[in-house]
Design a protein around this ligand. Sequence first.
Ligand code: NAP
Ligand code: ZN
Ligand code: ZN
Length: 354
Amino acid sequence: MQQAKGYAAFSNTTPLVPFQFERRELTATDVQIEILYCGVCHSDIHQVRNEWGNSAFPMVPGHEIVGKVIQVGNAVSKFKIGDSVGVGCMVDSCRACPDCQEGLEQFCNHAVFTYNSPDPHTNGQASTYGGYSNQIVVDQSFVLKIAENLDLAAAAPLLCAGITTYSPLKQWQVKKGDKVGVVGLGGLGHMAVKFAHALGAHVVLFTTSANKIADAKRLGANEVVISKNPEEMNAHLQSFDFILNTVAAPHNLDAYTALLKRDGTLCLVGVPDHPHPSPSVGNLIFKRRRIAGSLIGGIKETQEMLDFCAQHNITSDIEMIPIQQINEAYERVIKSDVKYRFVIDLASLKLDAA
Ligand code: NAP
Ligand code: ZN
Ligand code: ZN
């Protein structure tokens, strides 16, 4: 075992505080990564506050990890010391089930998530610990390559916000000329706007925040709708091919299904702590519309997304923070007041007394 340090939550009502813990010794196929930057996802907040009811403490959150390889096991073939790499929401899976074999490890019943997941290396007795820390040890099959032309800090959010929005746009085959809606301009939403724009869609951003209109247009939205305004919403009835909804709070979905064309899909990626009000069946059956969901993306598709980003020069718009400001950052995310993803500079861990 080797010493690591980071920040952890010890309960769902207390702030994150400095935490010392251990990482495993490298197995033959493991890669050890010095973590340089880690994005702050709304899922971190949901889990730290136990809003999904499955939290284990202490919890070291963080699943938008980028850094440099500092050590490799003797059977590692994909990476060498010094490589720029990333780790997203998963660190392992069963590798044998149909989901794993199809490169859809996120749906594996035995997926091991990067934090708050029983750790098979401890026989499940301890939880995995995530990226709010100085280093991590991960099997090479769950490590991603990051192209040198991408800014590493701004690439961190691609590992969750990026793949979570890229994957459904690909799954529903968004293409040039499609009319695509994105609901919510937060960490996920701003990546969805960038990707849908890069794919050639006509992008409409739905927001509750009037002060985000100019940013949404700069990020690639063709139009911006204030979703609280029924007249603006009604102007788009029956017109969308696809709408991606990233909102982290329960709300009325009928307002969006009504905007879909025949056979259009409203895909939900936000995971609120309480259910949305039950949607109208009539809105669905009369135009054969669908409400669907999507969960991050598999490892192969995550690499494809990172390569797409390198090709199109796409990264996240970030606000960099030292780890000591993590609790204030959470409060700002909850108020929808982040432009558009906080990223922790892990060099700041050194500022705490040893
Ligand atoms: P975020 O940065 O907080 O963005 C959410 C946005 O939703 C806000 O910026 C805000 O945008 C809008 N919003 C917030 N409260 C709202 C309300 N009451 N009514 C309407 N709109 C509201 O969060 P995020 O990190 O993007 O994550 C979004 C959700 O996706 C979270 O629930 C997270 O757990 C989930 N998630 C899911 C997956 C997956 O695989 N499915 C992966 C990652 C995250 P405006 O100011 O523009 O209205
Ligand atoms: Zn996430
Ligand atoms: Zn599996």
